[in-house]
Design a protein around this ligand. Structure first.
Ligand code: FES
Length: 330
């Protein structure tokens, strides 16, 4: 018998063992979320009535005081009965697509940069998502799920393009770099995350991506240019060496077709990119004022922090800065 979860006007069923976040997203009720791993705190919500099992809710994310005050991490907590929550804070541009399980087939696997592969999956049915969001892929033959941003725009709803960097000793890396096969069937759940492109805007955009943090930014750039072909868009890709760059030809070709689009490669440990050094320095050199810009950042924790500072130094409004942190998982 499913339990009943209530948050504001949202009333959803929740199978025993399922997290609060999954129950809401699977029923098409938006709830803020980002990491789905108990590390970011985005999904924190207050319980008004009912009991839950907190499972893996780390103290760094949910403090003892917050626990005592009745808060839970929706991505970790599972209900023990019916539960009533405070109305969740909503985010203007959050994706409202229903979280779903789909089965996909590996259509193509390509080496695109040092220790980096592009994996194209074709889903059996379309999966609706917003540019910027990610999916969880179950590593075949295991119960282990790994998160990958989608690099293709939502208009290609049956295609799931993943950019995957090898993590030595990792279970998913072992699959993707050693034994993946075209035609293999893969379970995918998504979409997740509130790092989403707002398709209604027309103003200038700056995007800063580190390593495979380029993936969701490519989805955003492609959708943005398809909606407003002459939009001013600056895409900075930061890597350590030239061998880490990828999709250069594709992005250069987009530049020739869209005069408002600029793609800037930033290589920090050698020369050979458009800019020798960090993306943040390149952005600060290029842009005197980012007051009118919307900013998208995807990369490691340190990369995101430095990028937010650079955007703020150029007076970008904090409410127009969107960010996605990723921690490499093998
Ligand atoms: Fe729940 Fe990040 S802690 S989404």
């Amino acid at each position: 018998m499913p339990y009943t979860l209530t948050a504001g006007t949202g009333v959803v069923p929740c199978e025993p063992g399922r997290t609060v976040l999954e129950a809401f997203l699977r029923n098409g009720n938006w709830m803020p979320n980002s990491c789905n791993q108990g590390t970011c705190g985005t999904c924190k919500i207050k319980v008004l009535d009912g009991e839950l099992d907190h499972r893996n809710s780390p103290e760094e994310t949910l403090t003892a005081d917050e626990l005592a005050a009745g808060f839970v991490l929706a991505c970790q907590a599972t209900p023990r009965g019916d539960v009533v929550f405070e109305t969740p804070a909503t985010e203007e541009s959050a994706g409202t697509h229903v979280l779903r399980d789909v089965v996909a087939t590996v259509a193509e696997v390509r080496d695109i940069a040092a220790d980096t592969r592009k994996v194209l999956l074709t889903a059996d049915e379309p999966l609706e998502f917003s540019a910027g969001q990610y999916v969880e892929v179950t590593v075949p033959g295991t119960e282990i799920r790994r998160q990958y941003s989608l690099a293709n725009p939502p208009s290609e709803a049956k295609q799931l393009e993943l950019h995957i960097r090898r993590q030595p000793g990792g279970v998913a890396s072992e699959w993707v770099f050693e034994r993946i096969e075209v035609g293999e069937r893969v379970a995918v759940t998504g979409p997740y995350g509130d790092f989403t492109f707002d398709p209604d805007g027309t103003g200038p955009i700056a995007l800063l991506g580190g390593g495979t943090g380029l993936a969701p930014l490519e989805a955003i750039v492609r959708q943005a240019l398809s909606l407003v072909p002459d939009r001013q868009i600056l895409l900075y890709h930061g890597v350590r060496t030239c061998a880490d760059l990828y999709d250069v030809d594709f992005l250069r070709e987009l530049e020739t077709r869209h005069p408002g689009f600029r793609y800037i490669t930033c290589v920090s440990r050698e020369s050979g990119g458009d800019h020798e050094g960090y993306v943040t320095d390149a952005f600060l050199e290029d842009v005197a004022s980012a007051k009118e810009f919307t900013g998208y950042i995807c990369g490691s924790e340190a990369f995101v922090e430095a990028s937010v500072k650079a955007f703020k130094r150029r007076r970008m409004s904090p409410r127009r800065i969107r960010r996605e942190r990723f921690t490499p998982a093998g």
